[in-house]
Ligand binder design. Structure first.
Ligand code: ZN
Length: 315
């Protein structure tokens, strides 16, 4: 009988990070500036480990290679998705990511289309989403002049919002925002602006202006949001790389798995997951994969969960 695969996340120090990943989710954080919990990851910069059942201690990257049937015998050579919880105590850099073609050519890895579920946001918190330049030339001029308020688009955010951020979209997560991010498994970021900050070693972080100009979409196009809000399941996006849902479970919910596999992050609540007659205690801060071959599961309790499955280009 197939079991859910519970994953031990990887915590990452970032200059803009804080302590919420410990204070709210109970993770063992490496520093008072911890920015990212790589919740479900097989990326070489932070590989999650299976912590239950027959595969205890095995990295998700290795499991994906050695047990492809757990993932529906995919053709993607690498586990295609990466989910994170991000604690932006301070703002992240203004950045953009390449698409797969540019990413493979210049960095040897996938491009990065990502999306954000806003878990929480301070009053007045905002993100940067898109830009106002009509051409590459205008963008370059405004960067050169440091005309950030003219160039960048600021969007206020609140708990429960969702943003799709395709590759080529200029973006930044602002201060005071906690996010569940679902993205392609890539760690390539081109920084346009870093607020002239210095790291604790006194150095500024590298900027990548030319590569940013290469990959940014001109003019900016707002991604279409067409949420489908149901009693229990909200569909945020179904796209070429990933599909993302929120489950608001009250008392009990049965999920029939039609995707090759499903990634689940428990954001609130605690209770029991039933799979093939076995019960697993689950609680806030846990992350697991329902592998291929699990036809249905039942969740008992009151939960908020963020759930994703691979899209057609990630299979
Ligand atoms: Zn990004």
């Amino acid at each position: 009988m197939r079991q859910p695969l519970f994953i031990q996340p990887v915590l990452q120090e970032k200059m803009w990070g804080g302590t919420k990943l410990r204070d709210i989710y109970g993770y063992n954080i490496p520093s008072e500036h911890t920015g990212e919990c790589w919740a479900i990851s097989a990326h070489p910069d932070g590989v999650g480990t299976i912590v239950n059942g027959a595969y205890t201690g095995v990295g998700l990257d290795e499991l994906y290679k050695t047990q492809p049937e757990l993932f529906g015998n995919p053709s993607s050579p690498v586990f295609p998705l990466l989910t994170k919880i991000i604690d932006a105590a301070d703002a992240l850099s203004v950045q953009v990511h390449p698409d797969d073609v540019y990413g493979m050519e210049h960095e040897g890895e996938l491009g990065k289309t990502e999306c954000w579920y806003i878990i929480d946001a301070d009053e007045g918190a905002e993100i940067i989403y898109g830009h106002n330049a009509l051409s590459q030339e205008e963008f370059a001029e405004k960067v050169q002049a440091g005309a950030w308020n003219e160039l960048l688009r600021y969007v206020p955010v609140k708990r429960g919002d969702f943003f799709f951020v395709p590759s080529g979209t200029i973006h930044a997560i602002g201060a005071g925002i906690t996010i569940l991010e679902t993205q392609q498994s890539s760690n390539t970021t081109y920084r346009v602006y870093d607020f002239d900050r210095v790291e604790k070693n006194g150095q500024t972080r590298e900027l990548h202006i030319q590569k940013s100009l290469d990959v940014t979409t001109f003019p900016h196009v707002d991604a279409k949001n067409n949420f489908v809000i149901g009693d229990t399941v909200t569909t945020f996006i179904e796209s070429e790389y990933f599909n993302v849902y929120k489950w608001n479970v009250t008392e009990t919910f049965t999920y029939k798995q039609t995707a090759p596999y499903t990634l689940v992050s428990v954001l609130e609540g605690d209770g029991v997951l039933e799979v093939a007659g076995e019960s697993y205690a689950i609680m806030k801060g846990m992350h697991f994969i329902l592998p291929n071959g699990i036809a249905d599961v039942t969740v008992n309790g009151n939960f908020e969960m963020l759930v994703s499955t691979p899209g057609p280009k990630s299979l």
